[in-house]
Design a protein around this ligand. Structure first.
Ligand code: NAP
Length: 539
């Protein structure tokens, strides 16, 4: 499977795959184990998501005082975030700072794509191969491969034939792209497309936004970080970080316990207006507790946002097309924008409805839909990811009996507590399917998962165990619990990447644990306290 000449096998105790935020922390934590650790990273730098997604407008949608590491008090006191919601370059700089500050860089092998991961049951060892010819034989693998890593470009006829410049947003050139005087086509209106639109619109000659599904988006109201606000966080970091782990989202957000129906229409309008205009439009999603579960409550919130779109976009037909009406609000990832809807008031921006008239082909000169063709110089694919599973299934992973992970996951990504897959011993996933993953704040969630895995490995060593697996029965039990949690929400009503619905042929399963990060911690802790129930540990 390797593409370069293969070097003789070397041995290690642990291989970490990925030097994103969780992989970096895993490297740091694993130091304490006195184990030989090797980390492979596909990029030529650290930061994972924040290394790859350097498209114009890329910015995190969780405030940086929270979306940052908690493991080192000096680090969190000293580091200064210039803005509330950090742009990609600040997050990448932070990742680099952490790697250098903690001396982790030399442990990372960059530009090394793991393309084969094979478990040898006689040896109880994993064989890790890369496209550069590395072959490392190790005891444990920590797959910090990210939830949104494997890119998705729909297979339209002619995709390869486009004669202009084309980019997927998660593989953006470091030197940037000049849009001056260019006709630009942007496919996709998820969080990414919504961030790209206003920035590209500023310089492109003309921007065509190809929309299949309109999305709910709220203004980020990003601004320079207020020093008093920063001080207040820094003065209270230990307590706040602890509280974050006691919350459903691994983040601190106001969540008043109230129903939409406790209020008159006028009162609820006032509350929603207040939230919309608050520090972050995102607060709107936490205005009432029942909007995530009750479709009638959800409709009220959704209509409030649709009305905001109608008030913002001057052309009523364009406004209506931008109004989401195919899914309840919050069942697809809520987007946070900086001038998205306003961009459609510009003369150089055209919204193209590719739900009614789907894209049929890419040609050397542009795009063809069932309604017409568009001449383009630059084509941007903001078409998302084979999320949650793609990073592992594309890696050619085989477990006990040579079973291919793709085969094991044919009907959906079975797992136990999001950590282990039955028949794939000693392979730990971070932010994998079955964990809260993207439904919780990912840096804090990743730190907690990494800590859990490292403690698990430490205990294995202490107890003289060398192999841990789970069983299909425990996978089924977790699947039932996951399903129960998802059924209490409206998530399954949307054709989202959460459900695998964006990838043709992918099984339609809600892939994350939506019971809350606090509950997830409780469940993981219980299993360990009950003598590792669900984890089959052998010598
Ligand atoms: P996405 O949410 O999956 O959006 C992909 C877009 O491409 C959708 O509009 C989708 O339409 C469209 N698309 C896909 N296939 C298509 C086809 N065949 N024809 C026409 N349109 C097609 O991907 P994303 O925007 O990259 O975001 C992924 C996730 O990354 C987000 O949900 C979020 O979790 C994360 N993210 C976060 C931030 C942030 O922190 N601010 C920013 C960017 C991304 P349909 O909806 O109809 O499928």
């Amino acid at each position: 499977m390797s593409t370069a000449a293969e070097a003789p096998a070397e041995t290690a105790d642990i291989v970490v795959i990925g030097a994103g935020f969780s992989g970096i922390y895993a490297l740091h934590r694993l130091r304490g184990l006195e184990a030989r650790v090797v980390c492979f990273e596909a990029g030529d730098g650290v930061g994972g998501t924040w290394y790859w997604n350097r498209y114009p407008g890329a910015r995190v949608d969780i405030e940086s005082m929270q979306y940052s590491y908690s493991f080192d008090e000096d680090l969190q006191q000293e580091w200064r975030w210039p803005e509330y919601f950090s742009p990609q370059e600040d997050l990448e700089a932070y990742a680099n700072h952490v790697v250098d500050r903690f001396g982790l860089r030399e442990r990372i092998r960059f530009s090394s794509v793991v393309n084969r991961l094979r478990y040898d049951e006689d040896e109880n060892r994993w064989h890790v191969h890369t496209d550069r010819g590395d072959h490392v034989v190790c005891r444990y693998v920590v797959a910090a491969t990210g939830s949104l890593d494997a890119t998705n470009i729909p297979r339209w006829p002619g995709v390869e034939s486009f004669g202009g410049q084309s980019y997927h947003t998660s593989n953006w050139p470091k030197e940037g792209v000049d849009f001056h005087g260019k006709r630009v086509g942007l496919i996709g209106t998820g969080s990414t497309g919504i961030q790209v639109t206003p920035v590209v619109a500023e310089t492109a000659d003309h921007l065509y936004v190809f929309q299949r599904t309109a999305n709910f988006s709220m203004p980020s109201r990003n601004r320079p970080l207020d020093p008093d606000y920063e001080r207040e966080w820094k003065d209270n970091y230990p307590e706040r970080r602890a509280k974050m782990l006691q919350s459903a989202s691994a983040g601190l957000f106001d969540m008043p316990d109230r129903s939409v129906f406790d209020f008159t229409p006028e009162e609820r309008e006032r509350l929603m207006e207040e939230a919309w205009n608050s520090r972050s439009g995102f607060r709107l999603m936490r205005c009432f507790t029942d909007t995530a579960r009750d479709i009638a409550a959800n409709d009220i919130l959704a209509e409030f946002v649709r009305n905001k779109i109608r008030q913002t976009v001057r052309d009523p037909e364009v406004a209506e097309l931008l109004c989401p009406n195919t899914h309840p609000i919050g069942t697809k990832r809520i987007c946070i924008d900086s001038g998205y809807f306003e961009a459609f008031n510009r003369d150089n921006v055209t919204l193209v409805d590719v739900r009614t008239n789907p894209i049929t082909a890419v040609t050397p000169g542009g795009l063809v839909t069932t309604a017409g063709s568009y001449e383009l110089d630059i084509l941007i694919y903001a078409t998302g990811f084979d999320a949650m599973t793609g990073s592992l299934t594309r890696m050619n992973v085989t477990g006990v009996g040579g079973r291919d992970l793709r085969d094991k996951w044919r009907d959906g990504p079975t797992n136990y507590l999001g950590f282990l897959v039955a028949g794939f011993p000693n392979l730990f996933m971070i932010h994998g399917p079955g964990s809260p993953s993207v439904l919780a704040q990912m840096i804090t969630g990743g730190e907690w998962q990494v800590d859990w895995v490292v403690r698990f490995i430490e205990n294995m060593e202490k107890d003289g165990r060398t192999r841990v697996d789970t069983t299909p029965d425990w996978e089924d039990r977790w699947a039932v619990e996951m399903e129960k949690a998802a059924d209490m929400t409206l998530f399954k009503r949307a054709d989202s990447w959460y459900m695998g619905a964006n990838i043709p042929g992918k099984p339609r399963v809600f892939m994350m644990y939506v019971g809350g990060f606090d509950q997830y911690i409780r469940r993981c802790t219980e299993q360990v306290e009950s003598g590792y129930a669900g984890f089959v540990r052998t010598a």
